[in-house]
Design a protein around this ligand. Sequence first.
Ligand code: HEM
Length: 410
Amino acid sequence: MRELPPFEYAPLSPEHLRDPYPLFQRAHREAPVFFSPAFQLWIVTRYDDIWTVLKDPERFSSAASTTVGTEVPQEVRAVLSEGYGEVDTLVTNDPPAHTRFRSLVNKAFTPRRVAEREEHIREIAGRLVDGFAGDGQADLVARFAVPLPLTVIAEILGVPTSDLATFKRWSDDITARLMPLPLERQVECARSLVEFQHYVSGMLDERERDPRDDMLTDLLNARIAGVEPLTRAEMLSMLQQILVAGNETTTSLIGNMVALYAYRPDEWRAIGADPSLAPAVVEEVLRLESPVQGLFRTTTEEVELGGATLPKGAHLQLLYGAANRDEAHFPESDELRPGRPNGAAHLAFGGGVHFCLGAALARLEGRIALETLTRRLPEIRLDPIRPSVRRPHFFLRGFEQLWITWKVVP
Ligand code: HEM
């Protein structure tokens, strides 16, 4: 088994949270696929090896794609039994079952549905900045990067503003379940999931009685000839995944953009003056500081990958964040260079059958966030007194707090 002596894979260590990239570069050179005994995980770091896995869901199953590897305790299962259960639909499923879910949800997540949100997302972003622009300082995460995607998703689902705080708590708790937690907290988070399921199921009932021009109604009506329509539990599972997959990831993208450009005041101002620069910046930040650093797969048979032999049943982490710094594909990969010739070929949204369902929405929100912030706050700096705090997470890379300052022009 190949390991990386003398330092180990420790994604939650302060050094790794600050700068994981030297480890990734060393792995590319010395052991592109290596085993972490601490997590019983095979770590895959090269772009080409990750693509090999993504293109082959038969040998690399997604059944446990979002779990580091823990069992669900009885106490948690008891709480979940009061809801609609947990059905594997999108991210934790394989073809052919996955194909059915994906084709049906695609019907509710069309480019038209995303594009028609643009003006409204712009309004939400503007309103959020109105709330703190006069203060000269803010935690950008709490005031902007969290509420923007949360409000967008809540509105897509039709959640009234009065329920937004509860909705946020559910979203946080459901997302927290992606990491190992103490039992008490696991039970609390499972309760939030059950509350969310009943709440959304109530909204689906309303749409059944009174259809609207929205995503929930699209989901209820999603039909394809020869394909079994979705059950209620399946719809709820997909909506839960959309909630989890869409919030913290987009929050991280926005925070990562601001943190990188706080050191580049001229470039920040240039984007404000010419918003046509924004899409390439969003792509490059997704590549350089990928919000989802890596997700998991399980081998269904013994396989050779990147010079290593993985047994059947091996748990792998596909380090998208490392693939996106692979010099073989992105020369001078540690540099922020918007407009690289292959700038959109990064793996920040994964690839293959599980390619991110919300990529178009995330790109749109990232672009609007950047355009709005560069125009409204052209002179930001990182706060010299209050340090930013990274989110301590096994595979999500972003900030928990990001304090910035600017001069208020009366
Ligand atoms: C910057 C923001 C985002 C990033 C970096 C991101 C990243 C990813 C990645 C890497 C995957 C692949 C999972 C795998 O390999 O197993 C994925 C899948 C997925 N994403 Fe995103 N995502 C973002 C935003 C969103 C948004 C806004 C939504 C929904 C509104 C969303 C919904 C999903 C869903 C449902 C899947 C599962 C698709 C499937 O398995 O077929 N994501 N995302």
